[in-house]
Design a protein around this ligand. Structure first.
Ligand code: GLN
Length: 537
């Protein structure tokens, strides 16, 4: 039975302290010590999955290989560690309850009263224990803040795990805030004391505290926190604001966090190799050139909505030794303002994924500008769809061209739902989600970039290119450079002769890692870097 060890990460005082990054950073340290790990996120909200939640409220929906629509923290897990997450790495209270209610309806509980304890807690525990296959350590991040009503069943479940397993198999790490109060000129420990007290009241004594603070905690403060939280001073760590999140594993490791985790779990490190990671972090600090990329979208004021995209651009920048400056453009502004002015300092235009009609005509204007002014252009999912529509309207001359998502009655349906395409069966789910293969044309820019004929990329969309327009597209100069052959679906388009123009129906940003930046992003930034307006930082 469950022979691996478990690390539970909870958060206190307030949300947005960076629990996901902290969990991912601990995973990174443990991998550097030679352990196989996996990370799981338990979210206390009642939505069954984050797929239907607004990106304005919840940030990006991260998509896994197996097509799960998950919390954006899973993106951090994949970027900081070798873990490939899947549906089983993200549970919400909604999914837990959904599964219990289905069992109850089926009669699985044989008429017993179905209760939070033990039924909900058992379901949570089986989600946790379901992760143990083939790994040494399972890290479990509990969403929300200690003290929330919603998180109680989750905390109760992990308390029980602590009780059921041997002491050296379970570790509780609590992330809290130690605010600096300007008027008093000092760091205040009271919120941390209260947060730990709230945990202790439900029977969890944390083993390690990670204290978010603007400045490192001195020994005196750490001693004070230790005294009030029933811990040794060695177990109190500073989690200061870092210049880049990718520095965090190194900052933690330098304070000895990895060693304390191993000590408490009675583990010995198998190796100690963070050299590649630290070399990469050093590179971040020496980026000599600046490249400005304009992102034209509709969630531009909500940085979290495009989390993986921003990270992918950053990774590609580091690979090219450039700092990527993001210029966020609200798509609608292109309808009233001059694109030449909007894009005057831009070396590349990117249109990311999105849903809904707002901003579409503005995005089409941005594509037209990038195409006709020879500015490197990258269209991702919705970005590829608007790029193709722009080409059909302005190059082929079919002025009513549209996607049926935005103009259901158009007589020139360039993108439509899978079920509207003849001879393709509708899939169980109404979105194409997760990994699908794409076969690349040999004489294309896509092939030069991937250096492969067959790739797998993650999807999250409902509409597909209408194959009856394929011939016209190609005869007017837009190449279909990638296709999914199983379903005969267009995956990639490009314009030979343009300095760099690629549209892809998938989301390459989900697969970019610091040490393995995604080739499409690397090539896009490389093209932007050699654009005539690129200048020294
Ligand atoms: N709204 C488009 C579709 O559903 C694009 C989705 C996306 O960009 N992720 O097909």
């Amino acid at each position: 039975m469950h022979k691996c060890k478990y690390i539970f990460i909870t958060g206190g005082v307030l949300s947005s302290l960076g629990k996901g990054v902290a969990a991912a950073a601990i995973g990174n340290i443990l991998e550097a010590y030679g352990f196989n790990i996996t990370i799981l996120k338990l979210d206390p909200y009642l939505n069954v999955d984050p797929g239907t939640m607004s990106p304005f409220q919840h940030g990006e929906v991260f998509v896994t290989d197996d097509g799960a629509e998950t919390d954006l923290d899973l993106g951090h897990y994949e970027r900081f560690t070798r873990t490939l997450t899947a549906q089983k790495n993200n549970w919400t209270a909604g999914r837990i309850y959904n599964s219990i209610i289905q069992k109850e309806r089926r009669g699985d509980y044989l008429g017993k009263t179905v209760q939070v304890i033990p039924h909900v807690t058992d379901e949570i525990k089986s989600a946790i224990f379901g992760m143990d296959a083939g790994v040494d350590l399972v890290l479990v991040e509990i969403g929300g803040t200690v003290g929330d009503i919603e998180s109680l069943p989750f905390l109760e479940a992990i308390r029980q795990v602590g009780l059921e397993l041997e002491e050296n198999r379970v570790l509780f790490i609590h992330l809290t805030l130690v605010p600096f109060i300007k008027t008093a000129g000092e760091l205040k420990t009271k919120p941390t004391q209260h947060s730990v007290k709230a945990l202790q009241e439900i029977g969890i004594q944390p083993d390690i505290l990670l204290c978010r603070a603007e400045i490192p905690l001195n020994l005196e403060i750490r001693k004070k926190i230790a005294l009030f939280t029933n811990l040794k001073v060695e177990a109190i760590f500073s989690a200061i604001d870092a210049e880049s999140i990718y520095e965090i594993p190194l900052l933690f490791k330098r304070q000895g966090l990895g060693e304390v985790v191993l000590q408490k779990l009675k583990l010995k490190k198998r190796c100690d190799d963070s050299s590649e990671w630290s070399k990469w972090v050093k590179k971040i600090k020496n980026l000599s050139q600046l490249v400005t990329i304009s992102i034209v979208g509709k969630y531009v004021r909500h940085a979290d909505s495009y989390k993986s995209l921003f990270e992918a651009l950053f990774h590609a920048g580091v690979c090219n030794h450039v700092r990527v400056k993001l210029h966020m453009v609200e798509a609608d502004t292109l309808l009233s303002e001059n694109p030449a002015e909007i894009f005057q300092h831009t070396q590349g235009i990117l249109i990311p994924g999105g849903f809904g009609i707002r901003g579409i005509e503005g995005m089409i204007k941005a594509v037209e500008y990038a195409r006709s002014e020879h500015i490197p252009f990258f269209g991702i999912c919705l970005g590829m769809q608007v790029a193709t529509v722009e080409f059909v309207r302005n190059v082929i001359g079919l002025k009513n061209a549209h996607s049926t998502e935005f103009e259901p009655k158009t007589n020139q349906r360039i993108f439509l739902k899978l079920k509207e395409l003849s001879n393709i069966e509708e899939m169980g789910h109404n979105m194409r989600l997760g990994n699908y293969s794409c076969v690349i044309k040999k004489d294309s820019l896509a092939f030069l970039i991937y250096k492969k004929l067959k790739i797998q990329e993650r999807h999250r969309h409902r509409y597909e290119f209408n194959p009856i327009y394929e011939g016209q597209l190609e005869s007017h100069g837009m190449m279909i450079s990638g296709k999914n052959l199983e379903r005969n679906l267009v995956e990639m388009v490009e314009i030979p002769g343009h300095p760099w123009y690629i549209g892809c129906q998938f989301h390459p940003e989900f697969k970019s890692r610091p040490l393995q930046p995604h080739p499409l992003f690397v090539a896009f930034i490389k093209a932007a870097k050699s654009h005539p307006t690129a200048k020294r930082a």
